[in-house]
Write a protein that binds this ligand. Structure first.
Ligand code: BGC
Length: 861
């Protein structure tokens, strides 16, 4: 029988037939990415894969090249449900099939309480309504493609430091604030085909994976959800407590809590019943059945991972990336740049050449192709004027760790990359590597998160020796190397020890918190000379001050070799200023990367790295028409903002980065992105400032509902750029707000708002009409001044064209949480605009009001 026959399985019968041991096996994964198969009952395994900006496949190390989509904050900035659904169906579901995965570990829908959160880039927005709506569109697309989605992380994982330990202390927020992206997503989507992933943290004292209030009372009883609940990776912390609370699947299947021995012991000691374990197994079986129905070809396939890009996919990737770019300023209308009139263009900045395409952690993947920024810009310029001169200067270093050497090292035979030899040790406990390798392997990356990808049959402790060559092209130089290890490592250049990250180490944050600090060493390299680069790595961590234990990195070993020519920082900055002076257009590209913004740890500042701010100030002073392109998955501060007249924010854009940026800069694409989160003027203005860090394990959500723009409006703090802000190369007007009579019928609510949108400029453009609700002032509770409760992206409105825009409100649009959802009697204010910023003038915002006379309370979705 083909495995996909499970699509017709009688789950009741199979559950009856399961032995207790089989039920236990089903309740935990196998390896990193699979559920358990039971041959006796013809139960196939299904594979899951990260998520959320692409489908990485099984391996972090030498992974299968895949499409890297824009970060979720960029997706949020499109404010475009149709586009997200299209991307879910045409890109994500297909990519999942190419990787043989039936379930995607995405979307991430946590909330950016503070843009410092290491994974802020991975969630859609600071606003639960926008987040939930986009989440549901994304899931709909994936599900239409027959693939399951996983809403993660349920709930409260909105910071990274201490993520498995801290306790998110909520008061009014539990349902109305933090859970409500899930509410909004769920209400438009149930029954979800896929799963929910529990967050690592505690909520109100109890870890989510052990929390019956969240898993049973809210998710199962109140929301009537029948999805399978899985733990985050290594985020199961008990045997019986999780099983009783409702956690169906422990992931991954390494170092399991739910081993046959420990669950059986819990059953014998009556901590958990065999019936309960079968209940958990049933949910896993239901998911397997849905997977067999949704995409049978995956279960019947060969399980291999493939890469396939088509022109059509590339065009959608490029459009998607361009749609998310936000034009923050264009005071002097310098943008779009007119390519025909340019003779000399300077490209400046630490992010201009760097291969930055996604945030770090489980969202990162190996891209199937990458259009770098200069490549995209130069291609677009030369299309119009082949003789144009383009100059470049890095200007200021922006990297947290030295850049990887993926494109600098080469092998003995001249191929890009280096060669690794895997050595077993004398025995599992020995630190002595055997001389003959058990495998040699070509490797094309120098950040190698090996995770569980060591060769089969290797001893528990093992050694990997990497060898390659480096040849400076242009000049003799001093070259600085950086070596980080989750394990221990040494770097030798031409046979000489340059870095010892082995004998004593400093614990760092790389590789999900398992890596060392980066150790560095400088070597003189000769132009045209082939220098031998050799790294000796062992998967056992060395002793460090305060931690003398030599732990085996069994699931997280990794090595990172980086490097760059040593530059004099003043000379570097001056060279940028001098080419800017000399050019008739300057494009400054600055920002962060996946080392600064990553799973595993939070940022400590919103400022751009090193001397980046000074670079922008000096280059703009030298050439005031310079265009600034910022890149970050979340908010950054911009002390130079008043000096700059043209400013684009470009998130992390994935494979199509360079093309998408060029499309907007040169006007092939009229920007329509809107900020999915507020950019504050200073860190101290952020809502969760002072309440963000885990203090002895406690994180108090003291800002309550006042997250993002709600906080800035409540306290009258002017942000740098408001939520929902984003300009266009054309201009728009709205008029004629009409509100229908609200209809209350039982516990349902219906009201339509219509406005007229007119393109008053000279070129075609898209605009997002945003509807904010102000709850009745007569309420006994204090509410945010305005809350986004409706939006619509109007695409390609022609110059002079007017369109009627209809925004439908349901009960969730007018509700707040107070032990249940409440629609209160009273007067509701309505504000329709193109941004959350108030007082933007005539034709840019409309105000209205409606009354609810017969309010009601409701629960569920
Ligand atoms: C992350 C999850 C991810 C999982 C598998 C965890 O570290 O928190 O979001 O899906 O790893 O990679």
């Amino acid at each position: 029988m083909p495995p996909s026959d499970f699509a017709n399985a009688d789950i009741d019968k199979i559950v009856d037939a399961l032995t207790t041991d089989e039920a236990i096996l089903l309740s935990a994964g196998v390896g990193f990415w699979h559920t358990h198969a039971i041959e006796r009952l013809q139960i196939p395994a299904v594979k899951v894969s990260d998520g959320p900006n692409g489908i990485r496949g099984n391996h972090f190390f030498m992974g299968t090249p895949a499409k890297c989509l824009p970060s979720s904050t960029a997706m949020g900035a499109t404010f475009d449900r149709d586009l997200l659904e299209e991307v879910g169906l045409k890109l994500l579901a297909r990519e999942a099939k190419l990787r043989s995965a039936s379930v995607i570990l995405a979307p991430t829908c946590n909330i950016q309480r503070n843009p410092l959160g290491g994974r802020s880039f991975e969630s859609f927005s600071e606003d639960p309504f926008l987040s939930g709506m986009l989440c549901s569109a994304y899931i709909n697309g994936i599900q239409k493609g027959g693939i399951g989605a996983t809403i993660k992380h349920f709930v409260g994982n909105d910071k990274e430091d201490d993520r498995t330990g801290y306790d998110s202390i909520h008061y009014r927020t539990t349902s109305s604030g933090d859970l409500s992206p899930s509410v909004h997503a769920g209400s438009r989507n149930m029954p979800l085909h896929g799963a929910i992933m529990t967050a690592y943290n505690r909520v109100n004292g109890i870890h989510v994976c052990e929390n019956p209030e969240l898993l049973q009372k809210i998710l199962r009883d109140e929301w009537k959800s029948d999805v399978m609940i899985m733990s985050d990776w290594f985020g199961t912390y008990s045997v019986d407590v999780g099983l009783n609370a409702g956690l169906d699947l422990e992931m991954p299947g390494l170092n399991k809590w739910r081993s046959l021995e420990s669950v059986n012991r819990s059953i014998q000691s009556r901590k958990v019943t065999a019936k309960k374990v079968k209940e958990r197994a049933r949910k896993v079986l239901e998911l397997v059945k849905k997977c067999a129905q949704g995409a049978p070809e995956i279960l019947d396939g060969d399980g291999l991972e493939r890469t396939l890009d088509s022109d059509e996919d590339n065009a959608l990737m490029r459009k998607f990336a361009a749609e998310s770019i936000v034009l923050l300023k264009n005071d002097k209308k310098v943008l779009p740049l007119d390519r025909k009139s340019l003779k000399k263009v300077a490209i400046v900045g630490g992010n201009a050449k760097a291969a930055v395409l996604s945030g770090g952690g489980s969202a990162a993947l190996k891209p199937s192709y990458f259009v770098a920024r200069p490549a995209g810009l130069v291609k677009a310029l030369k299309e119009v004027n082949p003789n144009i001169e383009v100059t470049y200067s890095e200007g200021a270093r922006a990297a947290k760790t030295l850049p990887t050497l993926d494109f600098d090292l080469f092998t003995e035979s001249g191929q890009r990359g280096w060669t690794g030899s895997w050595h077993a040790h004398e025995n599992d406990d020995s630190l002595v590597a055997l001389p003959t390798p058990i495998k040699t392997q070509y490797v094309d990356e120098t950040r190698m998160f090996i995770s569980s990808s060591s060769p089969a049959g290797i001893t528990k402790k093992w050694t990997l020796r990497m060898k390659g060559y480096l040849k400076p092209r242009e000049r003799d130089c001093k070259f600085e190397f950086g070596l980080t290890a989750a394990g221990r490592a040494k770097l030798f250049v031409d046979g000489k020890l340059v870095i010892d990250n082995w004998t004593r180490q400093r614990r760092g944050v790389e590789f999900f918190g398992c890596g060392s600090e980066e150790e560095t060493g400088v070597v003189e390299l000769k132009a045209g000379v082939k220098h031998e680069i050799y790294v000796d790595f062992c998967n056992v961590r060395g002793p460090a001050d305060g931690d003398e234990t030599e732990t085996i990195m069994d699931s997280n070993p990794g090595i990172r070799l980086g490097g760059a020519e040593v530059e004099d920082p003043d000379e570097l900055l001056n060279s940028a200023v001098s080419i800017a002076k000399d050019a008739d257009a300057v494009i400054i590209v600055v920002g962060l990367n996946g080392d600064w913004e990553t799973e595993g740890n939070d940022r400590t500042t919103l400022a751009l790295p090193g001397r980046t701010d000074e670079l922008v100030q000096k280059v703009v002073a030298a050439n005031p028409r310079a265009v600034v392109v910022t890149q970050a998955g979340s908010a950054i501060t911009m002390p130079w903002v008043d000096q700059v007249s043209s400013l684009l924010h470009t998130w992390y854009l994935g494979n199509a980065t360079g093309d998408a940026i060029a499309d907007v800069i040169f006007g092939n694409h009229n920007p329509s992105g809107k900020l999915s989160l507020t950019f504050p003027k200073r860190l101290e203005d952020v809502p969760a400032h002072g309440y963000f860090h885990s203090e002895k394990g406690k994180v108090t959500y003291a800002e309550g509902l006042y997250v993002g723009y709600k906080h800035y409006q409540h306290r009258n703090i002017e942000p740098l750029f408001a939520f929902g802000h984003g300009l266009s190369y054309t201009s728009f007007n709205i008029s004629d707000l009409r509100l229908s009579q609200p209809i209350v019928s039982g516990d349902q609510f219906d009201l339509k708002a219509t406005v007229k949108l007119t393109n008053t400029g000279n070129i075609t453009g898209s605009q997002v009409v945003q509807l904010y609700i102000g709850l009745p002032k007569t309420s006994e509770l204090t509410h945010p001044r305005w809350q986004l409760r409706g939006f619509k992206k109007m695409r390609d409105v022609k110059p002079g064209e007017s369109r009627e825009v209809e925004l439908v409100m349901d009960r969730l649009s007018v509700s707040y949480w107070d032990k249940e959802w409440v629609v209160e009697n009273g007067a509701y204010d309505v504000r329709v605009a193109f941004t959350s910023e108030e007082g933007v003038g005539e034709g840019q915002e409309l105000l209205g009001r409606f009354n609810v006379e017969k309010g009601f309370g409701w629960r569920g979705l």
